[in-house]
Design a protein around this ligand. Structure first.
Ligand code: NDP
Length: 417
């Protein structure tokens, strides 16, 4: 029988879970999972709320940013992300830590006009009234100005085919700013409508946050990079080569960048930030010169390895779901941050630490050796090993000729005989 999902959003929680249980033929034990992870206040965050979906949270250690030691809460389901971040950070810590640069923290929003017969003339009218339009923007969210933020400037860009983008730059203070900016944009769009007799096609912030760039750099004496039989100087040279490949080849760049975002997303989630917004902005920035490239660069002169990573990271320490997520607030205390800028600096440094550890492993022992222990642990748990059985199963798995689910299940069965 197919369950009735009409007016699902109007049902209460018990009704919703009953409908889902009917549709998916859930056993009582399966239905109990909804209850196990249920948090009543989360009805206020999303629509059609059923339950929470738990993800592991751990701590990366050894991260030194601008001379300050941080422990970094990370939420990720991927084994080895936290180990790699801590490992990369440890190498950089021995070299004095990461240095960061953050010059500006403004969000950009767009108002798009269409079907313009003379976009340049419309742009000129709008630019001539820029000061008045900035006032309209501030009046739409006055508390921001009171906090020292607010609309800063306006820019027009002719997009072609009769489209014009009016870009509003706003200092959003401690927030990520999407909702605040969207309210301001809609007010400005109305004023532009009166001024130009043009209705806006849309008004929305841009996630290509090029006015919220943050950069991490590190300089590592090559001796600190030695890995097994690989001398530090050789490792540095190979990391620099890997970096060049990521600049030349989008296939490699995509994976290189995924590794960087492994760390940044995990901190974004732990701090209650919108990781989709960061992902889209970071990847757009990786293709800023027309070709998709590695986000970080590594160079070596034979004595030192120099690493750099610059990204748009418009994060908040207030707003969004942060205000109702106790763990996000607790994690800010664990991070020891006071401002959104502090969080940006930590995130970009974690991205570079993650990247260093991944590249060092890749060009020396290979990625699997480091990953394997953690991957085997996941495999053993997926195969049903209990925490008590894990150590023995892992030992036997490491010696097994095949490391797959069937073999693991077989090993568990043998252990239980
Ligand atoms: P909010 O809408 O929650 O606005 C920020 C809130 O923080 C305001 O209520 C503001 O109060 C309060 N606040 C308290 N102290 C400060 C301070 N020092 N500086 C700034 N604000 C302060 O959040 P955002 O506008 O930041 O929007 C973020 C959310 O928007 C995220 O959840 C994101 O997922 C979502 N979003 C993202 C989009 C995108 O990325 N394209 C699009 C739409 C939404 P007051 O009202 O008094 O000023």
């Amino acid at each position: 029988m197919t369950a009735d999902f009409r007016y699902f959003y109007q049902k209460n929680w018990a009704e919703r879970t009953a409908i889902v249980a009917q549709q998916a033929h859930l056993t009582p034990a399966e239905q109990a999972l909804f209850k196990q992870y249920y948090l009543p206040q989360h009805h206020e965050i999303i629509e059609n709320y059923l339950t929470d979906y738990p993800l592991p949270m751990g701590l990366a250690v050894n991260l030194v940013v601008d001379g300050v030691d941080h422990i970094v809460p990370m939420v990720t389901e991927e084994p080895s992300v936290i180990a790699a971040a801590s490992n990369g950070a440890k190498i950089v810590k021995r070299a004095g830590g990461f240095t960061t640069v953050l010059n500006q923290r403004e969000m950009i929003g767009q108002i798009v006009l269409e079907q313009l017969s003379d976009p340049a003339a419309t742009a000129a009218v709008i630019e001539a009234h820029a000061a008045a339009l900035l006032k309209v923007a501030d009046a739409a969210h006055p508390s921001l100005k009171k906090r020292g933020g607010g609309a800063r400037r306006l820019r027009t860009r002719i997009l072609g085919q009769g489209y014009l983008s009016i870009d509003l730059f706003v200092d959003v203070q401690a927030a990520m700013g999407a909702n605040m900016l969207n309210s301001m944009l809609e007010a400005v769009a109305k004023a532009i409508g009166v001024m130009t007799k043009q209705d806006a096609l849309m008004s929305i912030l841009s996630n290509y946050a090029t006015a919220s760039l943050v950069k991490a750099v590190c300089d590592i004496p090559v001796g600190l990079l030695q890995a097994g039989r690989y001398a530090g100087k050789l490792v540095a040279q190979k990391i620099a080569s890997a970096s060049t490949v990521a600049q030349l080849d989008p296939y490699r760049a995509t994976t290189h960048n995924k590794g960087i975002m492994n760390g940044i997303d995990a901190v974004a989630i732990a701090s209650g930030n919108d990781w989709r917004a960061l992902e889209s902005g970071a990847h757009a920035y990786a293709v800023k010169d027309g070709q998709y490239r590695g986000m970080s660069t590594w160079t070596s002169d034979g004595r030192m390895l120099h690493g750099e990573l610059e990204l748009p990271l418009p994060v908040g320490i207030v707003g969004g779901s942060i205000k109702i997520n106790e763990l996000a607030q607790l994690n800010q205390r664990i991070l020891g941050i006071q401002t959104a800028g502090d969080l940006e600096r930590i995130m970009v440094a974690i991205g570079l630490a993650q990247n260093l550890a991944a590249l060092r492993a890749l060009v020396t022992t290979g990625i699997q050796q480091g990953h394997m222990h953690l991957q085997l642990k996941s495999l053993a748990m997926a195969a049903g090993a209990t925490p008590e059985e894990l150590p023995v199963i892992l030992q036997r798995l490491e010696l097994a000729s095949q490391q797959d689910l069937a073999t693991t299940q077989q090993l568990i069965a043998e252990l239980r005989q």
